[in-house]
Design a protein around this ligand. Structure first.
Ligand SMILES: NC(=O)c1ccc[n+]([C@@H]2O[C@H](COP(=O)([O-])OP(=O)(O)OC[C@H]3O[C@@H](n4cnc5c(N)ncnc54)[C@H](OP(=O)(O)O)[C@@H]3O)[C@@H](O)[C@H]2O)c1
Length: 350
């Protein structure tokens, strides 16, 4: 049987576990041109919250009583495609389930030389690429500039801050606990970090630690945190608008200060983006991120929750800051992780 997690109720406000249900269905079988993938790791991501609303957006909403889907790393256990053989490790957009059937064109082999397979969902996957392209393409960092990152201890934020250090910037992170602040400063080399939960006056705390103002604000969270940072921008500041997680569970979007006069008077750029805008350059991004990992210029952290049944819990945890770095769910761990370091060569049936 194939265990699957479905969405049974659309959340209003903060999601809870009653929105999800685990079901079992018959094992799927691949047809010609398809592969059967055994799930190893599932990525839970904040954007999925938007897909749980019945609202048109840049990705269609999840349907009620259907299996949720997102980034998955898995092992090919049956192939009816000449592009893959049994044992290949792939990444793709697949279901929250033990086994998925996928069109061969919809999954991509992972380069196992670059890092453990789980990294294909984090630092060498969607979130690493989001950090890389959003920061470099919109942030356009210059040596000596001051960079502020919100959501700094998360999957995207941890990578943005370290790339900023590689580019010679002064980096200040904003995160939700003292442990996260310590991690950012002691492990990842951030110049400073602020626990926004413990700060009574975030604008003052930021202006104390950014005496020369803010040149780049990488915005992962929006809301009042971003309101505070934006009051400190310098002339020509760049604001890559990556995420607004503080607003994803709001039933009515709160109205904040009008920031346009600040953007105008500082000739600042605020630009929203989706990582998929850079899809044709993903290989280049993965290669560079892997190179920085190899050179030990980049570190990453993963919070791994065990068991498919815990995927909803892991997802909900994103909205209360339970993760440090990339939140993943491990599925079907059978002690064969070492085996995943070897990927059988694909035989072409030409
Ligand atoms: N534009 C794109 O293509 C793209 C791609 C990927 C991700 N994103 C966005 O980037 C952001 C980060 O994503 P991620 O995958 O790296 O997630 P993440 O940062 O690993 O996890 C979410 C983190 O957000 C923080 N958070 C939760 N609720 C918050 C609130 N109300 N106020 C402030 N912080 C809050 C929590 O950390 P604390 O403990 O610090 O509160 C939590 O750990 C999200 O907004 C996501 O939607 C955008």
């Amino acid at each position: 049987m194939n265990r699957q997690i479905t969405l049974v109720k659309r959340p209003t406000g903060m999601p809870d576990e009653s929105c999800f249900k685990m079901i079992s269905s018959a094992m799927p079988h691949p047809a010609n041109g398809q592969v059967l993938v055994k799930t190893r790791f599932i990525s839970v991501d904040p954007y999925m919250r938007g897909r749980m609303n019945d609202r048109k957006s840049y990705v269609p909403p999840f349907q009620l009583n259907e299996v949720l889907n997102g980034g998955v790393v898995g092992e090919i256990v049956e192939s009816k495609s000449s592009s893959f053989v049994k044992g290949n490790i792939v990444v793709g957009n697949l279901g929250w389930q033990d086994y998925s059937v996928a069109e061969a064109k919809d999954v991509r082999r992972i380069n196992l030389e670059f890092g453990p397979v789980s990294t294909a969902l984090g630092v060498l996957g969607m979130t690493g690429l989001t950090a890389y392209f959003g920061f470099l393409e919109i942030g356009e960092p210059k040596k000596g500039e001051t960079v502020v990152v919100s959501g700094a201890a998360g999957a995207v934020g941890t990578i943005v801050g370290q790339i900023a250090k590689i580019y010679g910037c002064r980096v200040v992170g904003i995160a939700g606990s003292d442990i996260k602040v310590k991690y950012l400063k002691d492990e990842l080399g951030f110049d400073d970090a602020i626990n926004y939960h413990a700060s009574t006056d975030l604008t003052k705390a930021l202006s104390d630690t950014c005496p020369n103002g803010v040149d780049i604000y990488y915005d992962n969270v929006g809301g009042t945190i971003s309101d505070a940072v934006i009051t400190l921008i310098n002339n020509g500041a760049r604001i890559p608008l990556c995420g607004q997680i503080s607003l994803y569970n709001e039933k009515k979007i709160p109205v904040g200060p009008r920031i346009q006069p600040l953007l105008l008077s500082h000739s600042a750029l605020m630009q929203g983006f989706l990582v998929r805008n850079y899809a044709d350059r993903f290989d280049q991004g993965i290669y560079q991120l892997a190179e920085w990992l190899r050179e030990k210029k980049l570190k990453y952290s993963e919070s791994i929750m065990e068991g498919l049944e815990n995927a909803p819990k892991a997802f909900i945890g994103l909205f209360v800051g339970e993760n440090l770095g990339k939140q993943l769910v491990s599925v079907a761990h059978d002690g064969n992780e070492k085996k995943l370091k070897k990927d059988p060569a694909t035989k072409s049936k030409k």
